[in-house]
Design a binder for this molecule. Structure first.
Ligand SMILES: Cc1cc2nc3c(=O)[nH]c(=O)nc-3n(C[C@H](O)[C@H](O)[C@H](O)COP(=O)(O)OP(=O)(O)OC[C@H]3O[C@@H](n4cnc5c(N)ncnc54)[C@H](O)[C@@H]3O)c2cc1C
Length: 137
């Protein structure tokens, strides 16, 4: 609410997108009849109240499962843009290496995630050890 008040002329979508996943934000706005391009100054109080209520108290009822084609769950993690790919070293923090599940990469079902975890694990482990050896010898 404070962020919206501070930027009353900016599109609501842009003010709030750091608060939650954009697709979820758009879903909740649509559910409450709010145009994502609307601004705080033009927003009816009751709509805002209903939207805030949904943000804090939106209940999801699971009533079944979908096919295996849709069975992809997780995303997110450390961006590959922040990693030196030949060594799996962090570009932001010297001496830090990443591999496997923590990375923001999605492998297609069928072994690609495990392959990627093994390959990046080997690279990260070897290069971390080499760096440690150089630093401390
Ligand atoms: C249900 C399911 C099905 C999947 N199916 C597939 C598939 O078919 N093909 C495929 O390629 N990938 C699949 N994956 C993804 C794949 O398993 C992962 O991408 C891969 O195992 C990641 O390896 P990792 O070593 O990075 O992490 P993990 O395998 O999660 O290993 C992390 C390890 O760290 C340990 N740990 C955590 N915290 C600590 C701590 N504080 N101290 C010490 N140890 C700690 C954990 O116990 C765990 O052993 C599937 C994942 C799930 C959940």
């Amino acid at each position: 609410h404070r962020d919206l008040k501070e930027e009353p002329k900016k599109a609501i979508k842009n003010v709030l997108k750091s608060w939650m996943q954009e697709r979820y934000l758009l879903f909740l706005l649509e559910r409450n009849g709010i145009d994502p391009q609307d601004t705080f100054s033009g927003l009816a109080k009751d709509k805002l109240r209903a939207f805030v209520h949904d943000c804090k108290h939106f209940i999801v009822h699971a009533n079944g499962t979908l096919s295996l084609d849709k069975a992809f769950v997780t995303g997110g993690g450390v961006s590959v843009k922040e990693i030196e790919p030949k060594k799996m070293a962090s570009k932001k923090m010297p001496g830090l290496y990443f591999c496997g599940e923590i990375l923001d990469i999605h492998g297609y079902t069928g072994g690609y995630n495990i392959t990627s975890a093994l390959v990046t694990g080997r690279l990260a482990g070897m290069n971390a050890a080499l760096e440690a050896k150089e630093r401390f010898s």
